[in-house]
Design a binder for this molecule. Sequence first.
Ligand code: PMP
Length: 449
Amino acid sequence: MTNKTLASRDLSVLWHPCSQMKDHEKSPLIPIKKGQGVWLEDFDGNRYLDAISSWWVNLFGHANPYINAALKDQLDSLEHVIFAGFTHESAIKLAEQLVDLSPVGLDRCFYADNGSAAVEVALKMSFHYWRNKGQTQKTKFITLENSYHGETLGALAVGNVALYKETYAPLLMDVITVPGPDCYNRDAGESWADYSTRRFALMEQVLQQHSDDCCAVIIEPLVQCAGSMRMYDPIYLSLLRAACDKYQVHLIADEIAVGFGRTGTLFACEQASITPDFMCLSKGLTGGYLPLSAVLTTDLVYQAFYDDYQNLTAFLHSHSYTGNALACRAGLATLEIFQQQPIIDNNKHLAITLAKVAARFHDHPNVVEVRQTGMILAIELVKNKQTREPFPWQERRGQKVYQYALSKGVLLRPLGNVIYFMPPYIITAEQLELLADVAWQGIQIAVKN
Ligand code: PMP
């Protein structure tokens, strides 16, 4: 088996996510034979440094021996069982630990099997809570400009990245979209905190107007990842929490991408010392091993559904693979690694190294901003640094960086013209240097005419 034979078999039967399949006429698919640590290896023996943690899921490397052992053990006892009427130890332990580790007040865990599904659960639970409380006029959701919450119709509706959303607009529920706190747009010399605070005024206005008919605000805490890794200050979350309380609107924190240490704390919400009404988790939840998601919520929400069956207040949402035992066990092993090793502290050092290796990009003539929150660093390319004129999207400059990096053994997957690093936490300083070198060279090639 070679890359070529496998790619050709693949292309005759498969259809890949988030891909224009015709691109593969020119850029070959890469069949991966094995993963080890930060490395992926293809069938021709080429290695790729996984700088994007395989779509932001991997935390402790591929084929992590600790998670592997836990999964093998789980396999020998239980792979899966229906999660209505039945339960199992890994699901219970994982929920106990999530409740323990998450912001105070999040005491209930509802499982689903991917990020978008978790967002659907949170939206439905919020709406249903108000309904169970007799507030049937609360039917709307507030979201931020440039946000992303997944691809299923409800999750897509509360997202705001045109590339993914626009085509399906006729299918989507109406939402209230508020200009966001994305600090890329701040005035020269303005701090992140000042800009985020200033932008909050727009949210407060909308909350005031819609307190009667709105169920919840949904937000990606600190980093709008799919929206080009745009970042903002934690002050926005504190202000939002207070306003949601004031106007009796739920706060849904989508920590699917930023949870589990990505932003410097275990959960991004911690940086604002807030407890959302719903917290959506997925991706890193299983260390990047298996699809699983969880929605954590408060006892107050849970109690609004707890009643005699005949009153029809129950949350009858389900997915066949809810609480899958293997996935839960991978989640448990992941949390055990956090407990056994000073991961959050190590990441602080790693984030400093990340900033150091990326320092040179600030002066690049086509780099308008290098921004960082914890273990996420993004480099924004533009055509004109002075006017901030972007490269036309049709030119696909980021794609050129992707191709170049692959040829040098690095997997980067830019978002448009934003090159970002979001590596597994086991990456070394030397590997970060390599990453930055390759990104630099790739950018040099990509910005040429
Ligand atoms: N929310 C956020 C913030 C995400 O980044 C993503 C995935 N990139 C999702 C939701 C959707 O998760 P999934 O791809 O597992 O459906």
